[in-house]
Design a protein around this ligand. Structure first.
Ligand code: ZN
Length: 125
């Protein structure tokens, strides 16, 4: 998964431990080119929930630009490894899931393939 450095810089600037922060990344293939920050409707430091209406609108806007949803990003208060709840959502949204440790902004990327969790290499450029 290729992620623009500018995205990581923005994440460092806006994500904090008060609540998990989230974004949708758009692009083509394994390269993210644009992103949309999403409000965490759960307002929780340990969980995130997205407003389906806003998700739909962000995806529709990206499609107008010829881009598709390639990854879902959110932060964790600790290790950037999918939680049991993440795994349930990953089954419904079969794109790459990028998780950032909010303390260090270490990013790891994951994909659920036929029920098997696999780590995806991440390249920041
Ligand atoms: Zn999570």
């Amino acid at each position: 998964m290729r992620v623009p450095r500018a995205f990581v810089e923005e994440a460092r600037g806006r994500c904090n431990p008060d609540e998990e922060c989230a974004a949708l990344l758009f692009g083509a293939g394994d390269a993210a080119r644009r992103w949309a920050w999403m409000e965490n409707a759960a307002r929780s430091p340990v969980e995130f929930r997205l407003d389906p209406e806003r998700v739909y609108r962000a995806i529709a806007d990206a499609e107008q630009l010829g881009l598709e949803l390639v990854a879902i990003f959110h932060t964790h208060p600790g290790a950037p490894v999918p939680s049991p709840l993440d795994l349930r959502h990953m089954a419904m949204w079969p794109v790459v899931w990028i998780i950032g440790d909010v303390r260090t902004m270490e990013l790891r990327a994951w994909r659920l393939e036929r029920g098997v969790l696999r780590e995806v290499d991440i390249y920041i450029s």
